[in-house]
Design a protein around this ligand. Structure first.
Ligand code: AMP
Ligand code: ZN
Length: 471
């Protein structure tokens, strides 16, 4: 069996992973376009990338990850124009909320978050476009915009597995996103037009702005060099975005741009892609407002293999809640059992690394979670039969610590209660102080009805979210 392997979109095959300069691994991930709050479909992509990074790290690799922020493109410009504010004023709050959401979902921060409008990247874009013109891979058209000449780049279409002869590229495309049927020379630099308003920079080809694709090529090569180990995104990025990134980057450097292309399948709603344009999306904030925690959303988005479509439902959220409750109870039990371990007993070996081995196989998370729940079942059975000693319980806790490096699903939730629950809890605390037991009981019932459990302990009342029966 292969030690560690990933499915490479470029070859459409599972390949053994071997980075250029081990143990270092460079990863570039296309980040959000900050024209609205990211939806949980977007976060499925970022959680898959987080799983990838964390697993590589447990396997001893040193990951350097860059995630760009697309802060100028067709969509952000339209948004700013409609809101009648500057582009930066428009994108800033979405950027801030995006970082908050990453934290809620326990996604490890990237090493860098370059923004397309930063001067050093704009300079690099212009430099790359000039190179491409010099080698005849790009040209300025009558509309003053600069386009990439796709029939001069023999590898064009290799990533998306396009048959250019069948598709017969015709004409040029100025917009950032288009279908395979509209294939053509794509825009590197878009000459200013009225719709751009104040959004424009000077270039050797006149005032204008970069196309979305050249932004990523410039940011990636500036920060990670000409050759990257891994480039990720959702499957919708394959064409035209990543196809264009290859053409631009390799057109300039003459070197293979990316060793492993990894793409996650979409998050679906009623079996359709969750997307802004279809209007069938939930933001993370929408789901949190329904009473779910970041940890629960993380689990729900993580639990299905990244290359399999995942249909989002609130039943799925409930299942996730129950799975996590199960983990919580198991950990509590292990902690109780391990409590009396004597120092020499504490040296029991960590049970196995089946979890990590499952992930070695193209991040097979369902297999890995299968290992976790099977282990929970077995150790629970052993604890029921009084057959699991303190040292073994301790070893299982260590085992959990190991896999939790990847899962990031520990219960330590510093989650604030929703405001209305906080208010009821506070009212109940005051009622108890005043020894108004009737009111305290009513408030407990109210909290129960809203799905919250109240326990009175010697340290005061504890409010937890009520969980369903164990599966
Ligand atoms: P965008 O902000 O549209 O550029 O998308 C940011 C990232 O989210 C890209 O990597 C997309 O491929 C990914 N993405 C968008 N919609 C979905 C979805 N429904 N499921 C999974 N990933 C998605
Ligand atoms: Zn990109």
């Amino acid at each position: 069996m292969m030690a560690l392997g990933f499915f490479n979109t470029y070859s459409r095959a599972l390949e053994e992973f071997s980075p250029r300069d081990p143990p270092n691994v460079s990863i570039y991930t296309c980040g959000p376009t900050v024209y609205s709050n990211a939806h949980i479909g977007n976060f499925r992509a970022y959680i898959f990338e987080d799983l990838l990074q964390r697993h590589l790290e447990t396997r001893g690799f040193k990951v350097h990850r860059v995630m760009n922020i697309t802060d100028v493109d067709d969509k952000t410009i339209r948004g700013a124009r409609e809101a009648k504010i500057s582009l930066t004023d428009f994108t800033e709050p979405f950027k801030r909320r995006f970082f908050e959401d990453l934290e809620t979902l326990r996604i490890k921060p990237a090493n860098e978050y370059p923004g397309a409008t930063e001067p050093r990247y704009l300079a690099r874009m212009i430099e790359m476009i000039a190179e491409l013109i010099k080698s005849d891979l790009a040209y300025q058209a009558e509309d003053k915009s600069v386009y990439f000449r796709i029939n001069k780049f023999p590898n064009y279409g290799k990533l998306a597995h396009l048959n250019l002869e069948e598709l017969r590229p015709t004409g040029r495309v100025r917009s950032d996103e288009y279908e395979k049927e509209n294939i053509g020379d794509f825009a590197l630099w878009k000459a200013w037009d009225e719709a751009d308003g104040e959004v424009a920079w000077d270039s050797p080809w006149g005032r204008g702005r970069p196309g979305w694709h050249i932004e990523c090529s410039a940011m990636a090569t500036t920060l990670l060099g000409d050759q990257l180990d891994i480039h990720c995104g959702g499957v919708d990025n394959i064409f035209p975005h990543h196809e264009a990134e290859i053409a631009q980057s390799e057109g300039v450097t003459g070197k293979k741009f990316v060793r492993y292309w990894m793409h996650c399948a979409h998050l679906l709603v009623d079996n359709q892609k969750m997307s802004k344009s279809l209007g069938n999306f939930y933001t993370l904030r929408d789901v949190i407002a329904k009473g779910y925690s970041g940890r629960e959303v993380r689990y729900a988005l993580l639990r299905v293999h990244y290359r399999a479509p995942l249909n989002f439902t609130f039943e799925g959220m409930e299942e996730s809640r129950q799975a996590l409750a199960r983990i919580n109870k198991w950990l509590e039990r292990l902690r109780e059992t391990s409590g009396s371990a004597s120092p020499e007993e504490q040296r029991a070996p960590v049970p196995n690394n089946d979890f990590q081995q499952a992930l070695d196989d193209d991040l097979n998370i369902s297999g890995a979670l299968g290992v976790l729940f099977e282990s929970i079942r077995e150790t629970n059975r052993a604890m029921d039969a009084n057959e699991l000693g303190p040292a073994a319980a301790k070893a299982w806790l260590q085992w959990w610590d190991g896999i939790n490096q990847v899962l990031a699903l520990d219960a330590a939730e510093t989650l604030a209660l929703p405001p209305e629950i906080e208010a009821l809890a506070e009212a109940r605390r005051l009622a108890r102080l005043a020894k108004n037991w009737q009111k305290s009981d009513e408030l407990r019932k109210d909290l129960n009805a809203r799905g919250w459990e109240v326990r009175d302990t010697k340290d005061g009342q504890k409010i937890t979210r009520r969980v369903g029966p164990e599966p």
